[in-house]
Design a protein around this ligand. Structure first.
Ligand code: 4AD
Ligand code: MG
Length: 513
């Protein structure tokens, strides 16, 4: 340690690689690590990374002392360094800049006998996951984690700036929220307790105290299947609003997602490019909607025909598109679902397509008959992964599938008064085949119905007495949703698997590192 301490590790006037545009022509000091190095005769081209980006340095033998040249030459991958040099704009450089290195100090030299395990050749996923603590240093993984941080910030920012109070639900809970099959059970001083699956039940209580609330924290599901969409530990952000109906919930989800995508596009174009994301696909999400003529608009503002066989296609490229903005106020078309309810969100025309469950089923049925789906969707069942993939690959905006059969969904969902076999719920499926990123609903507000539902689902009534109190004392219609951050990151970054969306993923087969 004393060897490290003698060097100027602390507090030199440092720049970050991401800020170099403001330092062209200046001499700067960067602190970071050697990512890679190329040598060409008497020229060294070390590539440095510092967590904000990478930059290529140039070290001509003739331009620096022999000592500095040899020091740079001795660098091994991931050795930590403090490097001084002048910044030059270079349009050929991937970052747009290069560093003419004048001096370099080594903070820690990785010994050649024990090199950094992740070399620049291809590695298998298992190997990378086993070395996740080091894998996150690679530019692509770092970029994903930066985007994740912005998605989390934008998500909170949306609620913080729209009158929501953050209220944190407990992580240790006495009862299930999302079904008993995915509970992590633990021993709470002799009583069973569970890691929370969702903060929802608790923020229903805080919503009735504070009006508009949200929670944001880790949630847990003992998912026994290996899929590219499931983690056992993930982060969920959940708003809950008193006096809000399903229509308000859908509007809220749309405004919320629009804010997140807009914020990521405003701050992370370079990172998105680095990871190979097609940025036009994200721009399409927030663009004014255009839909193919005859498609009906898939909005409650313009209810779609239920006939199967339509092909929404890529709305952005359809020549016969119609602008969806011209539709009428939704309240003129849709009867109020519960007397006295209203949407607390700003009233705006919906740009995200909407499909009722029945319409989604018709679409899947048609796809199966056309040979585009391997298995038929059984009417009444929840949508399976291939079903979601199919539907969400048909749209270039997130699509809202609403009013699923009540029997396929959670006990707390309010039945649709127009068809009580359906629940007033919505799943938001991200486009490009990503599937569900948000699940939400209007909640049962009647004491008798909720009590009956708890019993029907074989849930322990005693553990839910407090939850029933919310319907005993000043019950109101209320709604909310939950978005899994990792699903959102996978979609926005265009990743195949959620395991790359969180620093240390927890899955069925992995709890190390
Ligand atoms: O659809 P879910 O199960 O809904 C709820 O938990 C509600 N209580 C939320 C609410 O209404 N307040 O989960 C919500 C979201 C999903 O849409 C998905 O994005 C994410 O949480 N999610 C998972 N993400 C990763 N791995 C898993 N195993 C996930 N399970 C759910
Ligand atoms: Mg769900």
């Amino acid at each position: 340690m004393s060897e490290l301490a003698t060097k100027s590790v602390t507090n030199p006037p440092v720049a970050t690689i991401a800020s170099l545009a403001a330092h062209v022509g200046d001499t700067v000091t960067l602190r970071g690590w050697l990512y890679n190095m190329r040598q060409s005769g008497k020229l060294l081209f070390p590539i440095f990374r510092d967590g904000t980006g990478t930059i290529q340095g140039i070290v001509p033998k003739a331009a620096v002392s022999e000592e500095v040249f040899d020091r740079v030459k001795s660098l091994t991958q991931e050795s930590s360094v403090i490097v001084t040099g002048s910044v030059r704009a270079d349009s050929r450089a991937p970052s747009g800049f290069e560093l003419d290195v004048a001096n370099l100090e080594i903070v820690h030299l990785v010994p050649a006998s024990d090199p950094f395990p992740i070399s620049h050749k291809e590695h298998g996923t298992d190997f990378l996951m086993e070395h996740r603590h080091l894998w996150i240093r690679t530019p692509r993984q770092s970029a994903i984690l930066r985007i994740r941080a912005t998605i989390m910030r934008a998500a909170q920012e949306y609620f913080d700036t729209n009158g929501f109070v953050r209220t944190d639900p407990p992580i240790l809970t006495p009862a299930a929220c999302e079904g008993t099959s995915t509970l992590f059970e633990l021993d709470y001083f002799g009583d069973p307790a569970y890691l929370t699956q969702s903060g929802q039940l608790y923020i229903e209580a805080t919503a009735l105290a504070l009006g508009k609330v949200y929670s944001f924290g880790p949630t847990f599901r003992a998912e026994k299947s290996k899929t590219r969409r499931h983690l056992t530990e993930f982060w969920m952000i959940e708003p809950e609003v008193a006096f809000m109906d399903l229509e308000g919930d859908m509007q809220l989800a749309e405004a919320f997602l629009t804010h997140i995508v807009t914020t990521v596009l405003a701050h992370h174009r370079a990172d998105l490019k680095l990871i190979g994301r097609d940025i036009a696909k994200l721009e399409a999400v927030i663009a004014p909607a255009v839909l193919p003529e005859g498609a009906g608009g898939f909005s409650p503002l313009n209810p779609p025909a239920t006939k199967p066989g339509f092909s929404p296609g890529s709305s952005a490229t359809n020549k016969n598109a119609v602008i969806l903005n011209e539709v009428k106020d939704p309240d003129e078309l849709r009867p109020a679902t519960t007397a006295g309810t209203f949407s607390t969100t700003e009233h705006r025309p919906s740009l995200f397509p909407r499909l009722s469950y029945d319409e989604a089923h018709a679409m899947l049925d048609a796809a199966f008959k056309a040979g585009q789906l391997e298995a038929p969707h059984i009417y009444g069942d929840d949508l399976g992964s291939p079903d979601e993939t199919y539907i969400s690959s048909q749209f270039d905006k997130p699509v809202m599938v609403h009013r699923y059969p009540a029997a396929s969904k959670a006990f707390y969902m309010q039945p649709d008064p127009l068809d009580p076999t359906k629940a007033l719920c919505v799943d938001v499926l991200a486009p490009e085949g990503y599937g569900e990123i948000i699940g939400g609903s209007q909640r049962v507000d009647s004491y008798d119905l909720l009590r009956a539902r708890i019993l029907e689902h074989n849930l322990p009534l005693a553990a839910f007495e407090w939850y029933l109190d919310l319907r005993r004392y000043g019950s109101v219609p209320h709604s909310g949703f939950g978005m899994g951050i990792e699903r959102a990151v996978a979609w926005i970054c265009g990743l195949d698997h959620v395991r790359e969306t969180i620093p240390f993923p927890r899955t069925l087969n992995r709890i190390y590192p």
